[in-house]
Design a protein around this ligand. Sequence first.
Ligand code: FES
Length: 574
Amino acid sequence: MGSRDPKSFRSARWFVPDDMRTLSHRARIQQLGFGPKDFDGKPVIAILNTWSDLNPCHGHFKARVDDVKRGILQAGGFPVELPAMALGEVFMKPSTMLYRNLLAMQAEEQLRANPVDGVVLMGGCDKTVPGLLMAAFSMNIPAIFVPAGPMLSGNWRGERLGSGSDIWKFWAELRAGKADKAMQEGIESGIARSPGTCMTMGTASTMAAIAETLGMTLPGAASIPAVDAAHVRMAAAAGRRAVDLVWEDLKPSDILNTASFDNAIKVALAMGGSTNAVIHLVALAGRVGIRLAPERFDTFSAEIPFIVNVRPSGKYLMEDFHFAGGVGAVLKTLSDRLDLTTKTVSGVPLGDAIAPFQVYLPDVIRPLENPVEPAGALVVLKGNLAPDGAVIKRSAAEPRLLKHRGPAVVFRDYNDMTARIDDPALEVDENSVLVLQNAGPNGGPGMPEWGQLPIPMKLLEKGVRDMVRISDARMSGTSYGTCILHVAPESFVGGPIGLLRDGDIIELDVAARRLDVVLSAEEMAARRGTWKKPQQKYDRGYGWMYSQHVSQANLGCDFDFLTGNAPIPEPEIH
Ligand code: FES
Protein backbone atom coordinates (compact mmCIF):
# COMPACT_ATOMS: atom_id res chain seq x y z
CA MET A 1 0.00 0.00 0.00
CA GLY A 2 1.24 3.52 -0.82
CA SER A 3 1.41 6.28 1.73
CA ARG A 4 -0.74 9.09 0.33
CA ASP A 5 -2.40 11.53 2.65
CA PRO A 6 -6.15 10.88 2.23
CA LYS A 7 -6.59 14.64 2.04
CA SER A 8 -4.92 14.43 -1.40
CA PHE A 9 -7.69 12.18 -2.77
CA ARG A 10 -10.04 13.71 -5.39
CA SER A 11 -13.00 12.80 -3.20
CA ALA A 12 -11.56 14.84 -0.33
CA ARG A 13 -12.57 17.97 -2.24
CA TRP A 14 -16.21 16.90 -1.80
CA PHE A 15 -16.00 15.55 1.78
CA VAL A 16 -13.26 17.30 3.77
CA PRO A 17 -13.58 21.14 3.67
CA ASP A 18 -15.51 22.63 6.57
CA ASP A 19 -18.22 24.41 4.60
CA MET A 20 -21.90 24.22 3.83
CA ARG A 21 -21.46 22.34 0.55
CA THR A 22 -19.37 19.64 2.22
CA LEU A 23 -21.99 19.30 4.95
CA SER A 24 -24.53 18.63 2.23
CA HIS A 25 -22.30 16.02 0.51
CA ARG A 26 -21.67 14.21 3.80
CA ALA A 27 -25.37 14.28 4.69
CA ARG A 28 -26.27 12.69 1.36
CA ILE A 29 -23.77 9.86 1.82
CA GLN A 30 -25.41 9.24 5.19
CA GLN A 31 -28.76 9.28 3.38
CA LEU A 32 -27.45 6.22 1.54
CA GLY A 33 -27.07 4.47 4.89
CA PHE A 34 -23.34 4.96 5.45
CA GLY A 35 -21.84 6.68 8.49
CA PRO A 36 -18.67 8.78 8.50
CA LYS A 37 -16.60 5.76 9.56
CA ASP A 38 -17.65 4.02 6.34
CA PHE A 39 -16.13 6.63 4.05
CA ASP A 40 -13.94 9.13 5.92
CA GLY A 41 -10.35 8.90 4.68
CA LYS A 42 -11.13 5.92 2.42
CA PRO A 43 -10.53 5.76 -1.32
CA VAL A 44 -13.86 6.07 -3.10
CA ILE A 45 -13.87 3.48 -5.87
CA ALA A 46 -16.34 3.88 -8.71
CA ILE A 47 -17.53 0.72 -10.40
CA LEU A 48 -18.55 1.48 -13.97
CA ASN A 49 -20.92 -1.39 -14.66
CA THR A 50 -22.13 -1.99 -18.23
CA TRP A 51 -24.89 -4.38 -17.18
CA SER A 52 -28.30 -4.29 -18.88
CA ASP A 53 -31.12 -6.73 -19.61
CA LEU A 54 -30.34 -6.24 -23.31
CA ASN A 55 -26.69 -7.15 -23.02
CA PRO A 56 -26.71 -10.93 -22.45
CA CYS A 57 -22.90 -10.97 -22.53
CA HIS A 58 -22.98 -9.00 -19.27
CA GLY A 59 -25.88 -10.91 -17.66
CA HIS A 60 -23.67 -11.94 -14.73
CA PHE A 61 -22.54 -8.35 -14.01
CA LYS A 62 -25.71 -7.66 -12.01
CA ALA A 63 -24.41 -10.12 -9.39
CA ARG A 64 -20.69 -9.86 -10.13
CA VAL A 65 -20.63 -6.23 -9.11
CA ASP A 66 -21.23 -7.41 -5.53
CA ASP A 67 -18.01 -9.41 -5.72
CA VAL A 68 -16.13 -6.31 -6.83
CA LYS A 69 -17.72 -4.36 -3.96
CA ARG A 70 -16.73 -7.10 -1.51
CA GLY A 71 -13.12 -6.78 -2.62
CA ILE A 72 -13.19 -2.99 -2.31
CA LEU A 73 -14.62 -3.21 1.21
CA GLN A 74 -12.10 -5.88 2.23
CA ALA A 75 -9.27 -3.56 1.21
CA GLY A 76 -10.71 -0.58 3.09
CA GLY A 77 -12.22 1.30 0.16
CA PHE A 78 -15.70 2.75 -0.30
CA PRO A 79 -17.45 1.28 -3.39
CA VAL A 80 -19.96 3.23 -5.48
CA GLU A 81 -21.63 1.60 -8.48
CA LEU A 82 -22.26 3.89 -11.45
CA PRO A 83 -24.24 2.57 -14.42
CA ALA A 84 -22.60 2.97 -17.81
CA MET A 85 -24.07 2.48 -21.28
CA ALA A 86 -24.24 -1.28 -21.82
CA LEU A 87 -23.62 -1.44 -25.61
CA GLY A 88 -25.07 -4.90 -26.22
CA GLU A 89 -23.53 -5.93 -29.52
CA VAL A 90 -26.39 -8.06 -30.76
CA PHE A 91 -29.40 -5.86 -30.18
CA MET A 92 -28.17 -2.30 -30.70
CA LYS A 93 -28.71 -0.92 -34.21
CA PRO A 94 -27.39 0.21 -36.56
CA SER A 95 -24.13 -0.63 -34.80
CA THR A 96 -22.60 -0.36 -31.33
CA MET A 97 -19.70 1.35 -33.06
CA LEU A 98 -21.97 4.37 -33.45
CA TYR A 99 -22.10 4.48 -29.65
CA ARG A 100 -18.55 3.52 -28.58
CA ASN A 101 -17.60 7.18 -28.34
CA LEU A 102 -20.81 8.01 -26.48
CA LEU A 103 -19.95 5.38 -23.84
CA ALA A 104 -16.42 6.79 -23.67
CA MET A 105 -17.79 10.32 -23.15
CA GLN A 106 -20.44 9.26 -20.67
CA ALA A 107 -18.03 7.18 -18.61
CA GLU A 108 -15.32 9.87 -18.60
CA GLU A 109 -17.74 12.56 -17.49
CA GLN A 110 -19.33 10.26 -14.86
CA LEU A 111 -15.89 9.96 -13.31
CA ARG A 112 -15.01 13.64 -13.66
CA ALA A 113 -18.25 14.97 -12.19
CA ASN A 114 -18.37 12.66 -9.16
CA PRO A 115 -16.32 12.27 -5.97
CA VAL A 116 -14.31 9.20 -7.01
CA ASP A 117 -10.63 8.38 -6.57
CA GLY A 118 -10.30 5.24 -8.66
CA VAL A 119 -12.40 3.04 -10.90
CA VAL A 120 -13.14 -0.59 -11.66
CA LEU A 121 -14.27 -0.93 -15.29
CA MET A 122 -16.73 -3.79 -15.88
CA GLY A 123 -17.03 -4.51 -19.60
CA GLY A 124 -16.45 -7.17 -22.19
CA CYS A 125 -18.95 -7.12 -25.04
CA ASP A 126 -17.02 -5.70 -28.01
CA LYS A 127 -17.17 -1.86 -27.83
CA THR A 128 -17.51 -1.71 -24.06
CA VAL A 129 -13.81 -2.58 -23.71
CA PRO A 130 -12.41 0.28 -25.81
CA GLY A 131 -15.21 2.62 -24.68
CA LEU A 132 -14.43 2.15 -20.97
CA LEU A 133 -10.66 2.17 -21.48
CA MET A 134 -10.80 5.35 -23.59
CA ALA A 135 -12.71 6.99 -20.73
CA ALA A 136 -10.26 5.83 -18.09
CA PHE A 137 -7.23 6.85 -20.15
CA SER A 138 -8.65 10.33 -20.70
CA MET A 139 -9.76 10.75 -17.09
CA ASN A 140 -6.44 9.30 -15.91
CA ILE A 141 -7.35 8.21 -12.41
CA PRO A 142 -6.28 4.80 -11.04
CA ALA A 143 -8.24 2.21 -13.03
CA ILE A 144 -8.48 -1.56 -13.40
CA PHE A 145 -10.47 -3.51 -15.97
CA VAL A 146 -12.65 -6.55 -15.13
CA PRO A 147 -13.32 -8.46 -18.36
CA ALA A 148 -16.72 -10.16 -18.60
CA GLY A 149 -15.10 -13.42 -19.70
CA PRO A 150 -16.29 -15.76 -22.44
CA MET A 151 -19.56 -17.69 -22.27
CA LEU A 152 -19.60 -21.51 -22.17
CA SER A 153 -18.85 -23.34 -25.42
CA GLY A 154 -21.86 -23.83 -27.69
CA ASN A 155 -23.19 -27.30 -28.41
CA TRP A 156 -25.59 -28.94 -30.83
CA ARG A 157 -25.99 -32.73 -30.70
CA GLY A 158 -22.44 -33.13 -29.43
CA GLU A 159 -20.94 -30.72 -31.94
CA ARG A 160 -19.17 -27.74 -30.42
CA LEU A 161 -20.44 -24.42 -31.73
CA GLY A 162 -18.59 -21.10 -31.75
CA SER A 163 -20.36 -17.73 -31.37
CA GLY A 164 -20.93 -15.95 -34.63
CA SER A 165 -18.60 -18.15 -36.68
CA ASP A 166 -20.87 -21.19 -36.64
CA ILE A 167 -23.99 -19.09 -37.20
CA TRP A 168 -22.49 -17.60 -40.37
CA LYS A 169 -21.48 -21.09 -41.54
CA PHE A 170 -24.90 -22.57 -40.77
CA TRP A 171 -26.71 -19.71 -42.51
CA ALA A 172 -24.67 -20.19 -45.68
CA GLU A 173 -25.53 -23.91 -45.62
CA LEU A 174 -29.23 -23.16 -44.99
CA ARG A 175 -29.29 -20.72 -47.92
CA ALA A 176 -27.63 -23.35 -50.07
CA GLY A 177 -30.37 -25.85 -49.08
CA LYS A 178 -27.98 -28.04 -47.10
CA ALA A 179 -29.44 -27.51 -43.60
CA ASP A 180 -32.94 -27.68 -42.14
CA LYS A 181 -35.18 -25.96 -39.60
CA ALA A 182 -34.57 -28.61 -36.90
CA MET A 183 -30.90 -27.82 -37.05
CA GLN A 184 -31.73 -24.12 -36.91
CA GLU A 185 -33.73 -24.61 -33.69
CA GLY A 186 -30.94 -26.69 -32.17
CA ILE A 187 -28.36 -24.03 -32.93
CA GLU A 188 -30.65 -21.28 -31.68
CA SER A 189 -30.94 -22.92 -28.25
CA GLY A 190 -27.41 -24.31 -28.04
CA ILE A 191 -25.00 -21.67 -29.27
CA ALA A 192 -25.27 -19.22 -26.35
CA ARG A 193 -25.43 -21.30 -23.18
CA SER A 194 -24.51 -18.82 -20.45
CA PRO A 195 -23.70 -15.20 -19.72
CA GLY A 196 -20.37 -14.07 -21.09
CA THR A 197 -18.87 -12.76 -24.27
CA CYS A 198 -18.58 -14.58 -27.60
CA MET A 199 -16.32 -17.59 -27.00
CA THR A 200 -14.53 -17.37 -30.33
CA MET A 201 -11.62 -15.02 -31.10
CA GLY A 202 -14.00 -12.18 -31.85
CA THR A 203 -13.64 -8.56 -30.90
CA ALA A 204 -14.50 -9.20 -27.23
CA SER A 205 -11.84 -11.89 -26.76
CA THR A 206 -9.31 -9.86 -28.72
CA MET A 207 -9.94 -6.64 -26.80
CA ALA A 208 -9.85 -8.43 -23.44
CA ALA A 209 -6.45 -9.85 -24.41
CA ILE A 210 -5.34 -6.36 -25.42
CA ALA A 211 -6.52 -4.94 -22.08
CA GLU A 212 -4.48 -7.58 -20.26
CA THR A 213 -1.42 -6.96 -22.45
CA LEU A 214 -1.66 -3.20 -21.92
CA GLY A 215 -1.41 -3.99 -18.21
CA MET A 216 -4.96 -2.87 -17.37
CA THR A 217 -6.26 -6.20 -15.90
CA LEU A 218 -5.00 -8.58 -13.28
CA PRO A 219 -2.76 -11.26 -14.84
CA GLY A 220 -4.80 -14.07 -16.40
CA ALA A 221 -8.11 -12.19 -16.16
CA ALA A 222 -8.93 -11.88 -19.86
CA SER A 223 -10.01 -15.44 -20.60
CA ILE A 224 -11.60 -16.67 -17.36
CA PRO A 225 -15.03 -18.04 -18.33
CA ALA A 226 -17.82 -15.73 -17.15
CA VAL A 227 -19.54 -18.35 -14.98
CA ASP A 228 -16.38 -19.89 -13.50
CA ALA A 229 -15.83 -19.45 -9.76
CA ALA A 230 -12.41 -18.10 -10.72
CA HIS A 231 -14.21 -15.15 -12.32
CA VAL A 232 -15.84 -14.34 -8.98
CA ARG A 233 -12.44 -14.47 -7.28
CA MET A 234 -10.85 -12.30 -9.99
CA ALA A 235 -13.62 -9.68 -9.61
CA ALA A 236 -13.06 -9.46 -5.84
CA ALA A 237 -9.30 -9.32 -6.32
CA ALA A 238 -9.69 -6.48 -8.83
CA GLY A 239 -11.79 -4.60 -6.26
CA ARG A 240 -9.06 -5.04 -3.66
CA ARG A 241 -6.37 -3.98 -6.10
CA ALA A 242 -8.32 -0.86 -7.13
CA VAL A 243 -8.07 0.42 -3.55
CA ASP A 244 -4.31 -0.09 -3.50
CA LEU A 245 -3.98 1.63 -6.88
CA VAL A 246 -5.40 4.79 -5.30
CA TRP A 247 -3.04 4.62 -2.33
CA GLU A 248 -0.15 4.11 -4.79
CA ASP A 249 -1.55 6.78 -7.14
CA LEU A 250 -0.82 4.47 -10.08
CA LYS A 251 -2.64 5.95 -13.07
CA PRO A 252 -3.01 4.84 -16.73
CA SER A 253 -0.45 7.49 -17.73
CA ASP A 254 2.06 5.72 -15.43
CA ILE A 255 1.36 2.39 -17.12
CA LEU A 256 0.94 3.08 -20.83
CA ASN A 257 3.61 3.96 -23.35
CA THR A 258 4.46 3.19 -26.96
CA ALA A 259 5.93 -0.17 -25.99
CA SER A 260 2.65 -1.18 -24.29
CA PHE A 261 0.78 -0.57 -27.54
CA ASP A 262 3.40 -2.41 -29.59
CA ASN A 263 3.00 -5.39 -27.23
CA ALA A 264 -0.78 -5.20 -27.71
CA ILE A 265 -0.43 -5.20 -31.51
CA LYS A 266 1.84 -8.25 -31.35
CA VAL A 267 -0.63 -10.14 -29.18
CA ALA A 268 -3.52 -9.27 -31.54
CA LEU A 269 -1.46 -10.62 -34.45
CA ALA A 270 -0.46 -13.80 -32.59
CA MET A 271 -4.04 -14.48 -31.54
CA GLY A 272 -5.62 -14.13 -34.98
CA GLY A 273 -7.49 -11.25 -33.41
CA SER A 274 -10.41 -9.26 -34.73
CA THR A 275 -9.87 -6.62 -37.41
CA ASN A 276 -11.74 -4.25 -35.08
CA ALA A 277 -8.66 -4.26 -32.85
CA VAL A 278 -6.90 -2.06 -35.41
CA ILE A 279 -9.46 0.73 -35.05
CA HIS A 280 -9.75 0.44 -31.27
CA LEU A 281 -6.01 0.39 -30.62
CA VAL A 282 -5.53 3.50 -32.75
CA ALA A 283 -8.29 5.24 -30.75
CA LEU A 284 -6.92 4.06 -27.38
CA ALA A 285 -3.40 5.22 -28.20
CA GLY A 286 -4.83 8.56 -29.32
CA ARG A 287 -6.28 9.07 -25.83
CA VAL A 288 -2.80 8.97 -24.28
CA GLY A 289 -1.24 11.17 -26.94
CA ILE A 290 0.34 8.40 -29.01
CA ARG A 291 -0.20 8.58 -32.78
CA LEU A 292 -0.53 4.94 -33.80
CA ALA A 293 -0.74 4.32 -37.53
CA PRO A 294 -2.52 1.11 -38.64
CA GLU A 295 0.63 0.29 -40.64
CA ARG A 296 2.26 -0.45 -37.27
CA PHE A 297 0.47 -3.83 -37.46
CA ASP A 298 2.41 -4.59 -40.62
CA THR A 299 5.69 -3.65 -39.00
CA PHE A 300 5.33 -6.70 -36.76
CA SER A 301 3.34 -9.00 -39.04
CA ALA A 302 6.40 -10.82 -40.38
CA GLU A 303 8.01 -11.42 -36.97
CA ILE A 304 4.84 -12.49 -35.10
CA PRO A 305 3.33 -15.82 -36.17
CA PHE A 306 -0.33 -16.66 -35.66
CA ILE A 307 -0.19 -19.16 -32.79
CA VAL A 308 -3.60 -19.19 -31.08
CA ASN A 309 -5.64 -21.98 -32.63
CA VAL A 310 -9.11 -20.59 -31.87
CA ARG A 311 -12.05 -20.03 -34.23
CA PRO A 312 -12.84 -18.38 -36.59
CA SER A 313 -9.28 -18.77 -37.96
CA GLY A 314 -8.44 -21.85 -35.87
CA LYS A 315 -10.08 -24.88 -34.33
CA TYR A 316 -10.77 -24.42 -30.62
CA LEU A 317 -12.88 -22.14 -28.41
CA MET A 318 -12.05 -19.66 -25.64
CA GLU A 319 -12.57 -22.13 -22.80
CA ASP A 320 -9.86 -24.31 -24.37
CA PHE A 321 -7.70 -21.22 -24.70
CA HIS A 322 -8.14 -20.38 -21.03
CA PHE A 323 -7.13 -23.84 -19.88
CA ALA A 324 -4.25 -23.83 -22.36
CA GLY A 325 -2.77 -20.98 -20.33
CA GLY A 326 -4.62 -17.88 -21.59
CA VAL A 327 -3.10 -14.55 -22.50
CA GLY A 328 -0.27 -14.98 -19.98
CA ALA A 329 0.88 -18.11 -21.82
CA VAL A 330 0.74 -16.28 -25.16
CA LEU A 331 2.83 -13.44 -23.73
CA LYS A 332 5.28 -15.98 -22.31
CA THR A 333 5.55 -17.67 -25.73
CA LEU A 334 6.21 -14.30 -27.41
CA SER A 335 8.38 -13.02 -24.58
CA ASP A 336 11.59 -12.51 -26.53
CA ARG A 337 9.65 -10.36 -29.02
CA LEU A 338 7.94 -8.18 -26.41
CA ASP A 339 9.03 -5.36 -24.15
CA LEU A 340 8.56 -6.96 -20.74
CA THR A 341 9.48 -3.81 -18.82
CA THR A 342 6.09 -2.20 -19.44
CA LYS A 343 4.05 -1.55 -16.29
CA THR A 344 0.82 -3.19 -15.19
CA VAL A 345 -1.95 -2.50 -12.68
CA SER A 346 -0.41 -5.25 -10.57
CA GLY A 347 2.40 -2.82 -9.80
CA VAL A 348 5.02 -5.13 -11.33
CA PRO A 349 6.47 -5.11 -14.86
CA LEU A 350 4.77 -7.28 -17.48
CA GLY A 351 7.66 -9.76 -17.34
CA ASP A 352 7.02 -10.42 -13.63
CA ALA A 353 3.24 -10.53 -14.10
CA ILE A 354 3.49 -13.36 -16.66
CA ALA A 355 6.19 -15.35 -14.84
CA PRO A 356 3.77 -17.97 -13.39
CA PHE A 357 2.12 -18.72 -16.75
CA GLN A 358 2.90 -21.55 -19.14
CA VAL A 359 1.32 -23.39 -22.06
CA TYR A 360 -0.59 -26.52 -21.03
CA LEU A 361 -2.26 -27.42 -24.35
CA PRO A 362 0.29 -26.89 -27.14
CA ASP A 363 -2.19 -27.50 -29.94
CA VAL A 364 -4.29 -24.56 -28.68
CA ILE A 365 -1.42 -22.16 -28.00
CA ARG A 366 1.19 -23.31 -30.46
CA PRO A 367 4.96 -22.91 -30.02
CA LEU A 368 6.61 -20.33 -32.30
CA GLU A 369 8.23 -23.10 -34.33
CA ASN A 370 4.86 -24.77 -35.04
CA PRO A 371 2.42 -21.89 -35.60
CA VAL A 372 -1.04 -22.08 -37.14
CA GLU A 373 0.41 -19.72 -39.77
CA PRO A 374 3.93 -18.33 -39.98
CA ALA A 375 2.87 -14.67 -40.15
CA GLY A 376 0.50 -12.45 -38.18
CA ALA A 377 -3.21 -12.60 -38.93
CA LEU A 378 -3.95 -8.94 -39.72
CA VAL A 379 -2.64 -7.10 -42.76
CA VAL A 380 -2.94 -3.44 -43.74
CA LEU A 381 -3.34 -2.76 -47.48
CA LYS A 382 -2.85 0.43 -49.46
CA GLY A 383 -3.32 1.41 -53.08
CA ASN A 384 -5.30 3.73 -55.29
CA LEU A 385 -8.49 2.21 -53.91
CA ALA A 386 -7.46 2.75 -50.28
CA PRO A 387 -5.01 5.66 -50.08
CA ASP A 388 -5.36 5.80 -46.28
CA GLY A 389 -5.44 2.07 -45.83
CA ALA A 390 -7.68 -0.97 -45.51
CA VAL A 391 -7.50 -4.11 -43.38
CA ILE A 392 -7.82 -7.81 -44.11
CA LYS A 393 -7.72 -10.74 -41.72
CA ARG A 394 -5.46 -12.95 -43.78
CA SER A 395 -5.94 -15.93 -41.50
CA ALA A 396 -9.72 -15.95 -42.09
CA ALA A 397 -9.45 -15.84 -45.91
CA GLU A 398 -9.11 -18.63 -48.45
CA PRO A 399 -5.40 -18.57 -49.36
CA ARG A 400 -6.12 -18.83 -53.12
CA LEU A 401 -7.89 -15.45 -52.99
CA LEU A 402 -5.07 -13.51 -51.35
CA LYS A 403 -3.79 -12.63 -54.81
CA HIS A 404 -6.74 -11.95 -57.05
CA ARG A 405 -7.88 -9.93 -60.05
CA GLY A 406 -11.54 -9.65 -60.91
CA PRO A 407 -14.40 -7.39 -62.02
CA ALA A 408 -16.29 -5.35 -59.45
CA VAL A 409 -19.96 -5.89 -58.67
CA VAL A 410 -20.89 -2.67 -56.89
CA PHE A 411 -23.67 -2.08 -54.37
CA ARG A 412 -24.24 1.58 -53.54
CA ASP A 413 -25.38 0.82 -49.96
CA TYR A 414 -26.59 -2.00 -47.70
CA ASN A 415 -30.21 -1.83 -48.87
CA ASP A 416 -29.11 -2.04 -52.50
CA MET A 417 -26.97 -5.06 -51.62
CA THR A 418 -29.76 -6.95 -49.81
CA ALA A 419 -32.22 -6.15 -52.63
CA ARG A 420 -29.98 -7.52 -55.41
CA ILE A 421 -27.45 -9.99 -53.98
CA ASP A 422 -29.64 -13.06 -54.61
CA ASP A 423 -31.19 -11.82 -57.86
CA PRO A 424 -30.65 -14.58 -60.45
CA ALA A 425 -30.05 -11.83 -63.02
CA LEU A 426 -27.12 -10.36 -61.07
CA GLU A 427 -24.03 -10.51 -63.26
CA VAL A 428 -21.61 -12.19 -60.90
CA ASP A 429 -19.36 -15.24 -60.84
CA GLU A 430 -16.80 -16.65 -58.42
CA ASN A 431 -14.08 -14.34 -59.79
CA SER A 432 -16.13 -11.20 -59.22
CA VAL A 433 -15.24 -8.79 -56.43
CA LEU A 434 -18.25 -7.73 -54.35
CA VAL A 435 -18.06 -4.05 -53.35
CA LEU A 436 -20.24 -2.37 -50.72
CA GLN A 437 -20.22 1.45 -50.65
CA ASN A 438 -21.49 3.88 -48.02
CA ALA A 439 -21.03 1.61 -45.01
CA GLY A 440 -18.19 3.51 -43.30
CA PRO A 441 -18.01 5.71 -40.20
CA ASN A 442 -20.21 8.39 -41.79
CA GLY A 443 -21.91 6.34 -44.47
CA GLY A 444 -23.26 3.54 -42.25
CA PRO A 445 -23.35 5.56 -40.14
CA GLY A 446 -21.31 3.95 -37.40
CA MET A 447 -19.41 1.58 -39.66
CA PRO A 448 -21.71 -1.43 -39.13
CA GLU A 449 -20.40 -4.98 -39.36
CA TRP A 450 -21.61 -5.48 -42.92
CA GLY A 451 -18.19 -6.27 -44.39
CA GLN A 452 -18.76 -10.02 -44.68
CA LEU A 453 -21.08 -9.59 -47.67
CA PRO A 454 -23.15 -12.73 -48.30
CA ILE A 455 -22.18 -14.95 -51.20
CA PRO A 456 -24.86 -14.61 -53.93
CA MET A 457 -27.33 -17.47 -53.82
CA LYS A 458 -26.58 -18.72 -57.30
CA LEU A 459 -22.89 -19.06 -56.38
CA LEU A 460 -23.68 -20.71 -53.04
CA GLU A 461 -25.64 -23.33 -54.94
CA LYS A 462 -22.55 -23.95 -57.08
CA GLY A 463 -20.53 -24.58 -53.92
CA VAL A 464 -18.76 -21.21 -53.71
CA ARG A 465 -18.09 -20.32 -50.06
CA ASP A 466 -15.60 -17.44 -50.32
CA MET A 467 -15.09 -14.48 -52.64
CA VAL A 468 -13.15 -11.22 -52.46
CA ARG A 469 -15.34 -8.62 -50.80
CA ILE A 470 -14.46 -4.95 -50.27
CA SER A 471 -16.16 -2.32 -48.14
CA ASP A 472 -15.61 0.67 -45.90
CA ALA A 473 -17.57 -1.24 -43.23
CA ARG A 474 -16.23 -3.39 -40.41
CA MET A 475 -16.73 -7.12 -39.89
CA SER A 476 -17.54 -9.06 -36.76
CA GLY A 477 -14.43 -10.58 -35.24
CA THR A 478 -16.22 -13.92 -35.39
CA SER A 479 -16.64 -13.68 -39.18
CA TYR A 480 -14.43 -15.15 -41.87
CA GLY A 481 -13.76 -14.85 -45.57
CA THR A 482 -11.64 -12.74 -47.92
CA CYS A 483 -13.14 -9.49 -46.71
CA ILE A 484 -11.25 -6.23 -47.17
CA LEU A 485 -12.53 -3.79 -44.58
CA HIS A 486 -12.15 -0.25 -43.23
CA VAL A 487 -11.29 1.16 -46.66
CA ALA A 488 -10.24 4.77 -46.07
CA PRO A 489 -11.23 7.33 -46.97
CA GLU A 490 -14.77 5.94 -47.01
CA SER A 491 -17.09 6.37 -49.99
CA PHE A 492 -19.43 8.75 -48.12
CA VAL A 493 -16.72 11.42 -47.91
CA GLY A 494 -15.53 10.95 -51.50
CA GLY A 495 -13.02 8.10 -51.11
CA PRO A 496 -12.08 6.17 -54.26
CA ILE A 497 -14.22 3.19 -53.26
CA GLY A 498 -17.23 5.47 -53.87
CA LEU A 499 -16.13 5.98 -57.49
CA LEU A 500 -16.20 2.29 -58.43
CA ARG A 501 -18.59 0.99 -61.08
CA ASP A 502 -19.62 -2.49 -62.15
CA GLY A 503 -16.94 -4.14 -64.23
CA ASP A 504 -13.97 -2.11 -62.95
CA ILE A 505 -11.04 -4.46 -62.54
CA ILE A 506 -9.86 -4.81 -58.95
CA GLU A 507 -6.40 -6.09 -58.09
CA LEU A 508 -5.67 -7.52 -54.64
CA ASP A 509 -2.18 -8.60 -53.65
CA VAL A 510 -1.99 -9.25 -49.91
CA ALA A 511 1.68 -10.25 -49.99
CA ALA A 512 2.52 -6.91 -51.63
CA ARG A 513 0.04 -5.09 -49.31
CA ARG A 514 -1.78 -3.64 -52.36
CA LEU A 515 -5.41 -2.93 -53.19
CA ASP A 516 -5.93 -1.16 -56.54
CA VAL A 517 -8.47 -0.54 -59.24
CA VAL A 518 -7.20 -0.61 -62.81
CA LEU A 519 -8.27 2.92 -63.73
CA SER A 520 -6.19 5.86 -64.90
CA ALA A 521 -5.78 8.90 -62.67
CA GLU A 522 -7.64 10.88 -65.34
CA GLU A 523 -10.64 8.54 -65.23
CA MET A 524 -10.68 8.68 -61.42
CA ALA A 525 -10.57 12.48 -61.55
CA ALA A 526 -13.39 12.59 -64.09
CA ARG A 527 -15.58 10.37 -61.92
CA ARG A 528 -14.76 12.46 -58.87
CA GLY A 529 -15.95 15.52 -60.77
CA THR A 530 -19.43 14.04 -61.17
CA TRP A 531 -19.59 12.37 -57.73
CA LYS A 532 -22.38 13.59 -55.44
CA LYS A 533 -22.14 13.36 -51.67
CA PRO A 534 -25.02 11.21 -50.33
CA GLN A 535 -27.61 12.73 -48.05
CA GLN A 536 -26.57 12.80 -44.40
CA LYS A 537 -28.93 10.68 -42.28
CA TYR A 538 -29.20 12.75 -39.10
CA ASP A 539 -30.17 16.42 -38.85
CA ARG A 540 -30.27 16.51 -35.06
CA GLY A 541 -29.30 14.56 -31.96
CA TYR A 542 -26.34 12.35 -31.21
CA GLY A 543 -26.24 11.02 -34.77
CA TRP A 544 -25.73 14.57 -36.06
CA MET A 545 -22.93 15.23 -33.58
CA TYR A 546 -21.33 11.91 -34.51
CA SER A 547 -21.35 12.73 -38.21
CA GLN A 548 -19.77 16.14 -37.57
CA HIS A 549 -16.87 14.84 -35.52
CA VAL A 550 -16.07 11.18 -36.22
CA SER A 551 -12.69 10.47 -37.79
CA GLN A 552 -11.91 7.94 -40.50
CA ALA A 553 -11.01 4.33 -39.71
CA ASN A 554 -7.26 4.88 -40.01
CA LEU A 555 -7.56 7.50 -37.25
CA GLY A 556 -9.56 5.22 -34.94
CA CYS A 557 -13.06 6.68 -35.51
CA ASP A 558 -12.71 8.78 -32.36
CA PHE A 559 -14.27 12.23 -32.18
CA ASP A 560 -11.86 15.00 -33.11
CA PHE A 561 -12.58 16.81 -29.84
CA LEU A 562 -11.95 13.73 -27.67
CA THR A 563 -8.61 12.54 -28.97
CA GLY A 564 -5.30 13.63 -27.46
CA ASN A 565 -4.35 14.05 -23.83
CA ALA A 566 -4.74 17.76 -23.24
CA PRO A 567 -5.87 18.28 -19.63
CA ILE A 568 -9.51 19.04 -18.81
CA PRO A 569 -10.11 21.06 -15.62
CA GLU A 570 -11.50 19.34 -12.56
CA PRO A 571 -14.99 20.60 -11.64
CA GLU A 572 -15.32 23.52 -9.25
CA ILE A 573 -16.94 22.40 -6.00
CA HIS A 574 -19.52 25.00 -5.11
FE1 FES B 1 -21.31 -9.60 -26.85
FE2 FES B 1 -20.19 -11.04 -28.95
S1 FES B 1 -22.24 -10.28 -28.73
S2 FES B 1 -19.28 -10.29 -27.14
